[in-house]
Every structure is written in C-alpha cells, then in structure tokens.
Design a protein around this ligand. Structure first.
Ligand SMILES: [Zn+2]
Ligand SMILES: [Zn+2]
Length: 224
C-alpha cells in the first residue's frame, strides 16, 4: 500500500540528484520478492565483500591516488587482479531483491495507465499538479507489478527531474538505502497520524518496530 511520497535531496546514488521516495506498507503486495542481500561474486569465484574490495583498492597500481570503490571508483578483485563487470542481477541481489528476468517484464498498457490516472483524479501523487506520466513504485526489475496499487501518476517535474525509489515503512533496514530521511521520524509521524484515525493494529505494529530499534545494516555496499 502506498502511503506517502518524500524527497531525498542531493546526489546520493551516483546518478541523478534528488530522488522521490515512495513510502509503502508491505512492498511484497506490489510484487516485490525480498532475499538476503548478497555480495557480488567475481568471475573467478571470489565473494566481493566490502573488505575484499578494500583490498582490491590497495592493489590498484595508482592507489591511493585513484578513486576508492566506496566513492564510485572501479571495483577490483584482489584474488584474480581483474576489474570484474557486475551484471544487472548481481546489482539487484545486493539490494536484497529477487530480479525479474528482462524478458519477463511487460510494459504497462495504455488501459492500465488510464486507470491509474483516473484513480488519482489525474493528479501527481507528489504535488497534485496534473499528471502526465505513470511510474511503477516498485520497479519491474524487482518484480513490481502492473496492478493499480503499484502505479504512481506523476507530473512532468516529478517524473523528469527526479530519480525514483521506494522504502517500506515496515522494513526499517531498507531505509539504509535512503539518505537524509530518518525512518524513525517517518514511522513516528505515521504512527501519530494513524492513531488519530483509530487504526489500532497498525499503530501497534509500528510501536513494536520502534521499540525494537534500528536493525543492523544488511547491505554489503551501503554505508550506514
Ligand atoms: Zn576475481
Ligand atoms: Zn508533481
């Protein structure tokens, strides 16, 4: 279920600056399959954990005058001395999601697009301006469905000028992938909002998660 759109400012993901974050409850219901995040595997068989890649940095001929992999530099395997090319599926598994094979991805149809726009009165879900685009909240490469609940109408600005991400309010660890937005702040404000609406079981679930505190960062390449 979609509950809010937040903005992550700044250039955090080596691509565009500013991301629109779709906050969801239970992203599995949008088609996502979660797995234990996996480190990349080199062609030579070496598991490229963060520690192994640090070693790889030090084995670069221009080290330390070159970029570390942690700052977007190339990842070097110290075992075979190569710069492995990391495929799409490995990137997706490192994020903790089961990839959907490219050939299995189907486009959103014109009819589904129109239904999504109608559902939201033709308005962008981030700003209420007129929506011209429809974006999947959970992207198809992660299994994001074409169902109405996974389709976000967006205006030109929120489609063109932002990257797009999602984060599940019930998965605090997932928020290590988001920068500059605190899971705790969002969860507390949602809990208060839902308490006012009398949604008791949801408030209880959030209270439990808040009590449990922040889990360890499960991602091999994302700094806490
Ligand atoms: Zn290797
Ligand atoms: Zn907008």
């Amino acid at each position: 279920m979609y509950i809010a759109a937040l903005t992550e400012p700044g250039k955090q993901h080596h691509n565009r600056s500013n991301h629109l974050v779709f906050v969801l409850l239970n992203a599995e219901s949008h088609g996502l399959t979660r797995i234990q995040p996996e480190p990349y595997t080199c062609d030579c068989g070496e598991k490229l954990t963060a520690e192994v890649l640090d070693e790889g940095d030090e084995s670069k001929s221009s080290w330390p005058n070159c970029k570390s992999w942690r700052n977007g530099g190339r990842k070097k395997c110290p075992t075979c001395d190569e710069y492995p090319s990391i495929g799409r599926d490995q990137h997706i598994r490192a994020r903790g999601y089961e990839p959907t094979p490219k050939d299995d991805i189907k486009n959103v149809t014109q009819h589904q697009r129109e239904e999504a726009l109608e559902e939201h009165d033709g308005q962008c879900i981030a700003c209420s301006n007129e929506a011209e685009y429809v974006k999947r909240m959970v992207p198809p490469r992660y299994g994001g469905s074409r169902e109405l609940k996974n389709l976000a109408p967006l205006c030109d600005h929120h489609y063109e000028d932002y990257g797009h991400m999602f984060a599940d309010l019930l998965q605090p660890a997932e928020w290590y992938q988001i920068h500059g937005i605190s899971w705790r702040d969002v969860a507390e404000s949602m809990r208060d909002q839902y308490a006012d609406q009398g949604a008791d079981s949801f408030v209880e679930t959030l209270d439990e998660l808040l009590d449990r505190g922040r889990p360890q960062n499960p991602y091999p390449y994302i700094d806490a």
